[in-house]
Write a protein that binds this ligand. Structure first.
Ligand code: TRP
Length: 333
C-alpha cells in the first residue's frame, strides 16, 4: 500500500448471496476507488456469528463472498480482501476498545434494539458489543474513509467517538475516520415493498435479486415487482415502486433519470419492467461468468486469501502494538 493514498475500509457479512442492492450500492462503486485509494474489504465473519449460523452453510457463504468480490470487479492485487477471523488483531483491539466504550452508548444503538427484537431468543453479548468490534475493524487500519449505508452511521459515529476519547488519553494513536458518501450508487429498495431496503436476509425472495440469480429468475422477479395503478413511468416520491425500478435501470445503464423517463415514455408497466430486467441481466452476466470461472479455480482463491491476509495482519499489528504500548501492557516477548 502506498503511503500517500487515503485508506478506505469496508466490509460485508458472509450470509448468503449478495443482492443487486449490495452490488449497485457498494461493490460496483468500490471498483471505481481502487486506483485512487488504498482499500481494504473485509469479510465480517466475526459479526455474522452474533446470529446463529449453520457451520457448513456459513463456510460456503464465506468462500463465495470473496469470489463475489472478485467477480464484481475488485482486483485482489490492488485491494486487500480478507476474513476478519483470520486477523486476530480485530478481536484483540475490540476487547481493548470495549473498556473505553460505555454501556449507555451501546444501549442507545438502534440496530441493537432492532436486532434484539428480531432475535429475541438469542440476545447474546456479541449482539450488544457488535459496534465495539466494528470500531476496532475500522480503527486498526488508520482508516480515512468508510463507505457505509445509512443504517451503519450510528456505529461509525461511535467509532469516531472512541477514537477521539482514546487519543485524548494517550496522544494521537488513531486516525478519526469519516463516512464516505459516494457521488453515484443507488439505494435499491425491496421489489415487493419499496418502502424498505433490499436486504439479503429478507425472507421473501421476490423482494431481492441475488447477483447470482439465473436470467429467467431475474426476469420473473421484475415481472412481479410492485408498481402502481397510473401506468406512467415517471420518477416521483408518490411512486416508490416505479421510482425504484427507474433507479435500478439508471444505475445499471448509466442513464440519467430524465433520459430514462424519455426512453420509457408511452411504455406500459409490463414492457418497462421487462426492459429493466433485461438491463440487469446484461449487467450481471459478466459477473456471473467470472464467478463460475473462480469456482473452478480453488488454488487461485487460496493464494489470494493467503497474500491478502498477510498484508492485513501486518497493517493491523502496527496499530495494535502501538495501542498496547500506550496503555502500558508489558512489551511483547
Ligand atoms: N456492520 C456492517 C454491516 O452489517 C458490516 C461491518 C462490520 C462493517 N464492520 C465494519 C462495515 C466496518 C464497514 C466498516 O453492514
Amino acid at each position: 500500500m502506498s503511503d500517500d493514498k487515503k485508506v478506505i475500509f469496508s466490509g460485508i457479512q458472509p450470509s448468503g448471496f449478495l443482492t443487486l442492492g449490495n452490488y449497485l450500492g457498494a461493490l460496483n462503486n468500490w471498483t471505481k476507488l481502487q486506483d485512487e485509494y488504498n482499500c481494504l474489504y473485509c469479510i465480517m465473519d466475526l459479526h455474522t456469528i452474533t446470529v446463529r449460523q449453520d457451520p457448513a452453510k456459513f463456510r460456503k457463504a464465506e468462500r463465495e463472498l470473496i469470489m463475489q468480490y472478485i467477480a464484481s470487479g475488485l482486483d485482489p492485487e490492488q485491494n486487500i480482501m480478507y476474513y476478519q477471523s483470520h486477523v486476530s488483531q480485530h478481536a484483540e483491539l475490540s476487547w481493548i476498545l470495549g473498556c473505553y466504550i460505555y454501556m449507555g452508548e451501546l444501549q442507545r444503538m438502534t440496530q441493537f434494539k432492532e436486532k434484539s427484537q428480531k432475535h429475541s431468543d438469542n440476545i447474546n453479548a456479541g449482539l450488544f458489543t457488535y459496534p465495539v468490534l466494528m470500531a476496532a475493524d475500522i480503527l486498526l487500519y488508520q482508516t480515512d474513509l468508510v463507505p457505509v449505508g445509512e443504517d451503519q452511521r450510528q456505529h461509525l459515529e461511535l467509532a469516531r467517538e472512541v477514537a477521539s476519547r482514546f487519543n485524548k488519553l494517550y496522544g494521537d494513536v488513531f486516525k478519526i475516520p469519516e463516512a464516505y458518501i459516494s457521488k453515484v450508487g443507488a439505494r435499491v429498495m425491496a421489489l415487493q415493498d419499496p418502502s424498505k431496503k433490499m436486504s439479503k436476509s429478507d425472507e421473501n425472495k421476490n423482494n431481492t435479486i441475488a447477483i447470482m440469480d439465473p436470467p429467467e429468475v431475474i426476469m420473473s422477479k421484475f415481472k412481479k415487482a410492485v408498481t402502481d395503478s397510473d401506468n406512467e413511468v415517471r420518477y416521483s416520491d408518490d411512486k416508490p415502486g416505479v421510482s425504484n425500478l427507474l433507479n435500478i435501470y439508471c444505475a445499471v445503464t448509466g442513464s440519467t433519470t430524465a433520459e430514462a423517463e424519455r426512453e420509457f415514455d408511452g411504455f406500459g408497466y409490463g414492457d418497462f419492467k421487462k426492459s429493466v430486467g433485461e438491463a440487469v441481466v446484461a449487467k450481471l452476466e459478466p459477473v456471473q461468468k467470472k464467478f463460475m470461472e473462480l469456482q473452478n479455480n480453488k488454488d487461485y482463491i487460496d493464494s489470494i486469501i493467503k497474500n491478502n491476509t498477510e498484508k492485513a495482519r501486518h497493517l493491523a499489528d502496527r496499530t495494535l502494538s502501538r495501542v498496547q504500548k500506550k496503555i502500558g501492557f508489558m512489551p511483547r516477548v
